[in-house]
Design a protein. Structure first.
Length: 317
């Protein structure tokens, strides 16, 4: 992904969420709405999360050291994982607690019109942030669905911001329903129900992000399309075939490629070295993220006929 694109989406979300948090807290102090309080804490959590994403981007740019020879690119995965944990604990758990408390001990809302006005303003600001994230994500998404983009992206920031903003918009609608139903029915329990709904929504989003970021943090390989392109780029010149291939993302924009390649038996060492250099250039041209490449030349040894026959007999058995 474009680092500038991710940063633009993060900054838009940061500004929007900071403004929304202030407005919501004012609305809560005026109305006493638990839905408003849950949404206020949610916006504070989102604002801090954008700061964590920016911190992760900054720390990922540190130069490699002897202790970390492949650099610090995975800081972006680590801080995105922390963001998911913050969303789960500070966002979801708090909203669930506050909602259950409000249902058990309902309190009348004061100035519900203020709450509705604040929530409508928040919807506008959150829509701006969400549209920015969508705009920056479209070139990377390609023909894939949004769900596929979130599941397969090796860059953490845009999927995190997309899910956060989508959750925030739905959460605001839930808060509006909770406050609106409380006004229409005169029953403040609806405000608590809206708050619990917000907590459940944030919990689902947080779990999805935790699963995705944990997978990236452990280390994911190239996408199927990238691996196919690497395989095709490696073969050429003195390289007859790829014996085996291993890949892993060291960071969102840095892919490690390690492969054993078969070369002709009559090639000189100089010829093999030139063939490997040429293969590395082809791979980097096909997959620009493939910045670290290690190729091991070898002779291809076809399986013996007896071994093939034995394997076929086992398959039939």
């Amino acid at each position: 992904m474009s680092a500038s694109g991710g940063t633009k989406a993060i900054l838009a979300a940061l500004v929007a969420n900071a403004g929304i948090a202030v407005a919501k807290f004012v609305g809560f102090l005026v109305t006493g709405s638990s839905s408003m309080l849950a949404e206020s804490v949610h916006s504070v959590a989102d604002t801090s999360n954008q700061g964590l994403l920016l911190l992760g981007q900054k720390r990922a740019k540190k130069a490699a050291t002897q202790l970390h020879p492949f650099g610090f690119g995975r800081n972006r995965y680590f801080y995105s994982f922390v963001v998911a944990l913050v969303l789960f604990t500070l966002g979801s758990m708090f909203a669930l607690y506050e909602g259950i408390h409000k249902i058990s001990h309902p309190e009348e809302l004061t100035s519900p019109g203020v709450a509705i006005g604040v929530l409508l303003v928040a919807v506008g600001l959150e829509t701006y942030s969400f549209r920015t994230a969508v705009h920056e994500s479209r070139p990377l998404k390609g023909r894939a669905s949004w769900w596929q983009f979130i599941r397969t992206s090796r860059s953490p920031e845009l999927p995190v911001v997309l899910l956060e903003d989508a959750g925030a918009l739905v959460g605001l609608l839930l808060a509006l329903v909770g406050v609106g139903m409380s006004v229409l029915t005169g029953d403040p329990v609806w405000d608590g129900i809206g708050t619990v709904s917000i907590g459940l929504l944030l919990g689902v989003i947080a779990v999805i992000l935790i699963i995705e970021m944990q997978s990236l943090l452990i280390g994911e390989g190239a996408t199927p399309g990238e691996e196919q392109a690497i395989q095709a780029a490696l073969v050429g010149g003195a390289i007859d075939r790829v014996v085996h291939l291993k890949t892993q993302y060291l960071g969102p924009e840095e892919l490690l490629v390690a492969a054993k390649v078969a070369v002709g038996g009559d090639e000189t060492s100089a010829g093999i070295a030139a063939a490997i250099d040429a293969a590395e250039e082809r791979v980097r041209a096909a997959v620009p993220a493939a910045r670290v490449i290690y190729l091991e030349p070898d002779l291809y040894r076809a399986p013996a006929a007896g071994a093939l026959r034995h394997g076929a007999e086992q398959d039939q058995g």
